[in-house]
Write a protein of this length. Structure first.
Length: 300
């Protein structure tokens, strides 16, 4: 797909993935006397939005014979699960020191796990080489039009279920969910990152993707060192508002989700609420996408 990603692409993705992905609910509620809508995407299969993009990548072209990716986190679990749902063999490359909490879920989903290299970059290079040598389909985590369109189905659902929302707020790592939300929502979008994990914020300031620092309690999910080229173009054209929050703010928001709603979100998924609580989100009725719940933690 070498053309701009459109709402029609998101609608096509929604139709493709409907037999396999959950349509996650919204919750209308109030916090601190203000109305807000929560999109409960952590209830998605695999515990995060990533399954949407993985499914669309596998269903949006010719059926592959084998699927390969690199990720020790939510994307790896999503690709492994999507491949299993479609009866396709999958191989997921992870760094040698990838945590058991992540790798056990990749293997449980039925994928072959390959530990390679000391860093994600080394694991990714090995995965790309494997795909070239075997003819397997390589599924990027975010820098891919089909992945972006798949992620856009999350916001499209939210707007369909709550058409009165005036802003959609999402966390950003590599930019796939952010770009999909710009295309899929048709609403103003606020993209939120930790202060020291800000690849998209820095790219918008520079006018192009640039290398960025990664140092946050949420970096396991939001720790892209450089935003994807495909997502960046979409977000830049869509004039999304970029907001930063501190680690203290996002952890307080995570704890608030637990105290108020018994939502055990991972730190990255609390970033939109952190921005909203801090008054950095415009509009009268925001939709906060609670995008994942895949980390082990103990409430404060």
């Amino acid at each position: 797909m070498n053309r701009p990603i459109t709402s029609a692409d998101v609608a096509a993705a929604a139709a493709r993935i409907a037999p396999y992905a959950r349509r996650t609910p919204i919750m209308r509620t109030e916090l601190d006397g203000r109305p807000v809508v929560l999109k409960l995407e952590y209830l998605q299969r695999t515990g995060s939005f990533k399954l949407r993009g993985a499914l669309n990548a596998l269903l949006g072209g010719d059926r592959p014979t084998h699927v390969v990716t690199a990720s020790g986190g939510n994307h790896g679990v999503a690709v492994a699960t999507a491949a299993s749902l479609l009866d396709l063999p999958a191989t997921v490359f992870v760094p040698e020191q990838a945590p058991l909490s992540k790798t056990r879920r990749i293997e449980a989903a039925g994928a072959k796990l390959v530990r390679h290299g000391a860093s994600y970059a080394e694991a990714s290079a090995a995965a790309l080489n494997e795909a070239r040598e075997t003819g397997a389909l390589y599924v990027p985590a975010y820098d891919n039009p089909l992945v972006v369109a798949g992620q856009g189905t999350c916001a499209a659902e939210a707007v369909a279920d709550a058409p009165d929302i005036d802003t959609v707020v999402v966390a950003v790592g590599g930019g796939g969910l952010a770009a999909g939300t710009v295309v899929g929502s048709g609403k103003p979008v606020v993209v939120v990152e930790p202060e020291n994990c800000r690849a998209l914020h820095d790219a918008l300031a520079a006018g192009k993707p640039v290398d960025s620092v990664v140092d946050s309690v949420a970096s396991s999910a939001l720790g892209a060192t450089r935003v994807g080229t495909v997502p960046f173009a979409v977000v830049q054209a869509g004039a999304a508002t970029s907001v930063l929050v501190s680690d203290a703010e996002l952890l307080a928001a995570r704890d608030r989700l637990w105290e108020e709603f018994r939502i055990a979100a991972e730190p990255a998924a609390a970033v939109p609420l952190a921005a909203w609580l801090a008054g950095r989100v415009p509009g009268e009725l925001a939709c906060l996408v609670i995008c994942g719940a895949n980390s082990d933690w103990v409430p404060a």
